[in-house]
Write a protein that binds this ligand. Structure first.
Ligand SMILES: Nc1ncnc2c1ncn2[C@@H]1O[C@H](COP(=O)(O)OP(=O)(O)OP(=O)(O)O)[C@@H](O)[C@H]1O
Length: 340
């Protein structure tokens, strides 16, 4: 791995996080529109900082089972990182796009695009509307195929994989869609239990415990019996993250996680994604328009523009760049989202 893992909070730490009264007041003092009304004080308290151990949000009655489940996930992700072959004595990428091109009916969306994501790293894909950010995620998931170029996941060239082989890749790589893509006719609990039941490794009692713990972890405790249609947009995304975690993936792709949620919910989702990265060593790709979100999460960013990967590097490098296209994008963002 590129980064010293000892710096990262290991999953299952016993350090308990307690938000100070001051921190709590700060959170509630912020602009609080639609989604915040659905989030209780208790949930916010335990999740007000990215470094709070995930297990600290889980009830004592289910903590042992959840801790074992998440410990397995963390170990699996470390092993996956080790298994990626090195490239010229450097850590190999977990995900890579190599000279990828994609057109629809002659309309070029991506042309010779290359970027990579190291194991355990978070890459943000940035760019204006219609530049191919979602198309890139859909190609990674195998919903679309590139016209040319190579896409690799966990060291394997998946470019020409058929649906059967892609189903195996999707056990390692899962996507959290903007609308959550939950099954509307079954409850939140059944949605999260779905991947656990498919794997068939846990007893029914353990499944219910893991579901309860995962929902607590993502900030929607006690929502097991609710239908997805009764949840706010932000809560649907939280449940979608819980369902993704239930599948114990090695990497998660997030499509616009902060679109259509209020600033507080965006902050909570950002903290959650950060904690999953630090504590489960999950590799992540986040498509976002939200530069503050990208600054908070990204190890590196790829900026798509006019079909090309116009920039690929750290956020700091992007902000320092005097490239006129990057400057225009960053200035537009400052106009749209002035510092509060
Ligand atoms: N299945 C498809 N068939 C035809 N055109 C498509 C298909 N999927 C995407 N496109 C086109 O590809 C272009 C890029 O779409 P994409 O959804 O990746 O944009 P984006 O960068 O994610 O934009 P936004 O930020 O607005 O979501 C758009 O012009 C879109 O209409």
């Amino acid at each position: 791995m590129a980064r010293d893992r000892s710096e990262n909070q290991q999953y299952g730490s016993t350090r308990q996080h307690e938000a100070s009264e001051h921190e709590k007041r700060d959170l509630f003092g912020k602009d609080d529109s639609e989604g915040a009304a659905h989030v209780s004080d208790d949930r916010l308290e335990a999740r007000s900082e990215a470094e709070a151990p995930l297990i600290s949000d889980v009830s004592a009655d289910v903590a042992p089972v959840v801790e074992e489940f998440m410990g397995q996930a963390a170990q699996q992700n470390e092993a996956a990182a080790e298994a990626v072959p090195e490239t010229r004595n450097k850590p190999g990428s977990y995900i890579s796009f190599e000279h990828v091109s994609k057109s629809f009916d002659g309309f070029v969306v991506l042309e010779d695009v290359s970027f990579c994501v190291l194991p355990g790293e978070t890459l943000c894909i940035l760019g204006r509307s219609g530049v191919g950010k979602s198309v890139s995620l859909h190609m990674l998931m195998g919903f679309l195929k590139p016209d040319s170029g190579t896409i690799r996941v966990a060291g394997d060239d998946i470019t020409s994989y058929d649906e059967r082989k892609m189903q195996i890749v999707r056990r390692k790589l899962t996507m959290v869609f903007q609308n959550g893509a939950l099954f509307d006719s079954i409850t939140v609990g059944e949605n999260v239990a779905f991947p656990l039941r498919e794997r068939g490794e846990l007893t029914e009692e353990q499944i219910l415990q893991v579901v309860k713990g995962l929902l607590e972890m993502v900030g929607v405790a006690g929502m097991e019996d609710i239908l997805p249609s009764d949840l706010s947009t932000g809560m649907k995304r939280s449940v979608a993250i819980a369902r993704a975690l239930a599948a114990q993936p090695e990497a998660i792709l997030y499509d616009e996680p902060t679109t259509m949620v209020d600033p507080l919910m965006a902050h909570l989702l950002g903290d959650l994604i950060e904690r999953l990265k630090q504590q489960l060593h999950l590799t992540s790709i986040v498509v976002t328009h939200d530069m503050r979100f990208a600054k908070k999460l990204a190890d590196r960013v790829v900026f798509l523009h006019a079909g090309k990967a116009h920039f690929f590097g750290t956020m700091e490098e992007m902000e320092k760049s005097d490239d006129p296209i990057l400057r225009e994008f960053l200035q537009l963002d400052e106009l749209v989202m002035p510092n509060s």
